[in-house]
Ligand binder design. Structure first.
Ligand SMILES: [Ca+2]
Ligand SMILES: [Ca+2]
Ligand SMILES: [Ca+2]
Length: 363
């Protein structure tokens, strides 16, 4: 290969590497996957794992991905001391993140009413805002108390989830917005049969709602993060393994980001991608569409095709006797009315129809 071509290729590879990694986050080049559940397979929060059997193994994140950055053991994990596996899911159209946390511990420590408890700590940044999220790391406030209600957990959230939680709330939301841990913003269920101080396996199933803006005064002014297919979000977790109720400190701080400050800085989180449906769960073809009334007085309506992939042809019936074969037509209605609009799509798998009755209504 001529040298100038080779050089161009190297530059291209470099640019591609830049484009495909998320430089702002920890573990650049590493991307974790969030499994998309179809709407008829949304996990039921009951502590049973069957809903998650459709999730391929490549979505599972084990202890081999974690590093103990406080206890000093690095990536030298010992499955007899602690073993964990996490799966994350989402459903297109619902701004919630679902989790299955399965953990084995040689000593489940959960008798105390305070923070001394085995903990699954989760940090979520739904819009990749990045930067500090806890009051202690605020760049301008000298006294953390000032930053509590204005800042702490407002643009990214930190959950200290108690594993298990007996005689206490399932999680501490570290910030000024404890209302986000209850329905309709979160829900959790456990399954385990050990007592405090014993070993055993715990299953925790839960979902949370990520917020771009989660203020202290409740949901009225809150902004929920919009989850979109193929989008990246920032996320990390750490397991605070307490193995002795008389010890002041946890024994391990096993975290996914490999940087301890992931607990308070959203730029230290990892990249997670909201994946499309896996092929085996996709319908061969599904017709769907959307519309927007561009100008109500002139009765101009823009239609958008939202059909699944592999469509080769479109036929629109606008419900007024007119039709079109564009993918995204704009139609001007001559008179008002309540219209039945139909889209028929062609694909190698056959034809599919989607009508909407009286969604398009014009004066
Ligand atoms: Ca379940
Ligand atoms: Ca342990
Ligand atoms: Ca423990």
């Amino acid at each position: 290969m001529p040298r100038h071509l080779l050089r161009a290729l190297v530059v291209l590879q470099f640019l591609f590497a830049l484009a495909s990694t998320s430089n702002a986050l920890e573990r650049p080049g590493v991307e974790f996957k969030i499994f998309q559940f179809p709407p008829d397979r949304i996990p039921r929060i009951d502590g049973n794992v069957e809903d998650w059997e459709i999730v391929p193994a490549e979505y599972s994140i084990g202890i081999n991905q974690l590093a103990d950055t406080v206890g000093g053991r690095g990536t030298n994990y010992n499955r007899a001391d602690l073993d964990v596996q996490v799966k994350v899911g989402w459903v297109r159209g619902i701004n919630q993140l679902y989790f299955l946390y399965e953990a084995s511990d040689d000593y489940w420590d959960f008798i105390k009413p305070d923070l001394h408890n085995d903990i699954f700590e989760l940090v979520v940044d739904g819009d990749l805002s990045g930067g500090p999220l806890i009051k202690h790391m605020h760049p301008h406030f000298k006294t953390p108390e000032d930053a509590h209600t204005l800042f702490h957990g407002v643009h990214a959230q930190n959950y200290h989830i108690f594993t298990p939680a007996e005689g206490k709330d399932w999680t501490m939301v570290w910030g000024a917005q404890p209302w986000i841990k209850d329905l309709p913003y979160a829900n959790a269920a456990y399954q385990y049969n050990f007592k405090h101080g014993q070993s055993g396996k715990l299953i925790l199933e839960f979902w949370i709602t990520p917020f771009d803006y989660a203020p202290p005064d409740g949901p009225a002014r809150a902004v929920i993060s919009q989850l979109r297919e193929n989008q990246l979000i920032g996320m990390s977790w750490s397991i605070l393994d307490y193995d002795d109720e008389n010890s002041k400190q946890f024994k391990g701080f096993w975290n996914l980001s490999h940087k301890t400050t992931m607990y308070g800085n959203a730029s230290d989180l990892c990249a997670f991608r909201l994946m499309p449906l896996i092929p085996s769960l996709r319908k061969p073809v599904e017709a769907n569409w959307d519309f927007q009334i561009v100008d109500a007085s002139r009765r101009v309506v823009a239609f958008q095709d939202r059909s699944s992939a592999n469509v080769t042809g479109w036929r629109w019936d606008f419900g007024d006797g007119e039709s079109a074969t564009d993918q995204h037509p704009v139609h001007v209605y001559k008179s008002g009315g309540e219209f039945v609009v139909t889209l028929i799509v062609d694909s190698p798998a056959g034809k599919q129809r989607r009508s909407k009755v009286w969604d398009v209504v014009l004066k």
